[in-house]
Design a protein around this ligand. Structure first.
Ligand SMILES: C[S@@+](CC[C@H](N)C(=O)[O-])C[C@H]1O[C@@H](n2cnc3c(N)ncnc32)[C@H](O)[C@@H]1O
Ligand code: SF4
Ligand code: SF4
Length: 351
């Protein structure tokens, strides 16, 4: 407990330095360990991006080098990170280095990977709504797998939250997702499904209607005011309600966070490579949005020598938007972050 409070305090100081003084540190690393996945969600195109992957040693050396640059929180994501057979070794190494370790997962493999889950600090589970809604976006049986994952995490005392991606299937029924989160006592963060499939340049056939998305954001903000366990700040929700129109926001890409792709290539931001801003810049297209890695360069070195991005005004990822709100000292975002750190986000809305 004292250790995590100390880390939260020093992390906050780093964030303030980056925000006010223009220094850089990869405080938050999102590491896509693989683009392989056991599901085929309708709004996601990770299968288009499947390619070479760093081996266990490569990942561990990368974690060491990023730690030296100031990285302190790592989220293992993908694709589905639990499909990596060496995920246990990777998580253990990250913990030994001192990282706070998060896993972003669809939950399906948690029953087989309980030993790994025991070692992480937090599990983010995708949840799009009740069974029929969740399964419509994510495939038959996916909902029951998330419920089982919640049960297991609770049983072994690992904290969880839900990540809810709003698409055509659920944008009109966010109350259902909110109610489920409340009933289960698991806080929930929302974000719009993007116009393109995740990790792909193909269009997303179930992107939500923009007006419906705006109404959903208002509804979520209302529920949060009444005490629902929502992990988006009021300021973050206001930003997201402008989707898909361009909306300026402080950009932490390559300043406060970075993304490591499965092959070890460091991007300032995963979203930027698919943004219009990247497509229109001759030097920053496709995978080279951010910078080009030199052969053999470790991930910390890649971060150190990259140029931060100019920002793309197409920032729709819930956690990244919250970081931006913190870096701009929005009071609602700070209140939420402090409450989250102190573990105060409990259900207390409907009696
Ligand atoms: C790419 S997944 C990787 C982790 C894991 N496989 C999972 O689904 O939780 C991370 C998050 O991205 C979300 N996501 C996928 N496609 C998206 C899209 N087109 N727009 C916004 N979020 C998306 C998922 O719902 C999930 O919460
Ligand atoms: S959202 Fe996650 S679970 Fe669904 S296909 Fe993409 S990577 Fe797999
Ligand atoms: S503004 Fe664009 S480049 Fe910057 S973090 Fe957001 S999505 Fe990434």
């Amino acid at each position: 407990m004292a250790g995590s409070l100390y880390k939260a305090l020093t992390g906050s100081l780093t964030l303030v330095r980056v925000a006010l003084m223009g220094t850089r540190a990869p405080l938050f690393v999102s590491w896509n360990l693989t683009f392989r996945c056991n599901l085929r969600c309708a709004y996601c195109g990770v299968e288009d991006a499947i390619g070479p992957e760093l081996d266990t040693d490569g990942v561990i050396r990368g974690l060491e080098s990023l730690w030296k640059q100031g990285a302190r929180w790592v989220t293992f994501s993908g694709g589905e990170p639990l499909t990596r057979s060496d995920i246990g070794e990777i998580v253990k190494a990250a913990r030994n280095l001192g990282y706070s370790v998060f896993i972003s997962t669809n939950g399906a493999l948690i029953p087989r990977k309980e030993d790994v889950i025991r070692q992480v600090d937090h599990v983010t589970l995708s949840l799009d709504g009740p069974r029929e809604v969740h399964d419509a976006a994510r495939g038959q049986g996916a909902f029951d797998q998330v419920m089982r994952a919640v049960e297991i995490c609770r049983g072994i005392g690992v904290s969880t939250s839900f990540q809810c991606t709003l698409c055509k299937c659920n944008v009109d029924v966010v109350d259902d997702a909110l109610e489920l989160a409340e009933t289960l006592g698991v806080p929930i963060m929302f974000q719009p499904a993007t116009m393109r499939l995740d990790s792909s340049s193909r269009p997303n056939p179930i992107a939500p209607d923009p007006d419906a998305l705006r109404r959903a954001m208002e509804q979520i903000a209302r529920a949060a005011r009444e005490g629902a366990p929502v992990l988006n700040s009021p300021e973050g929700l206001r930003h997201l309600s402008r989707w898909p129109n361009k909306a300026d926001i402080w950009c932490g890409a390559g300043r406060l966070f970075c993304v490591v792709e499965p092959d070890g290539y460091v991007l300032a931001c995963h979203q930027f490579q698919f943004a219009e801003a990247a497509q229109s810049r001759a030097v920053a297209t496709g995978r080279d949005a951010g910078r080009r890695a030199l052969p053999g360069e470790l991930q910390g070195e890649q971060f150190a020598s990259m140029s931060p991005l100019p920002g793309c005004a197409e920032c729709w990822c819930g956690p990244i938007v919250e970081l931006a709100m913190l870096a701009r000292f929005r009071p609602g975002a700070w209140r939420l972050a402090v409450r989250r750190q102190l573990g105060l986000l409990r259900r207390r809305r409907r009696g």
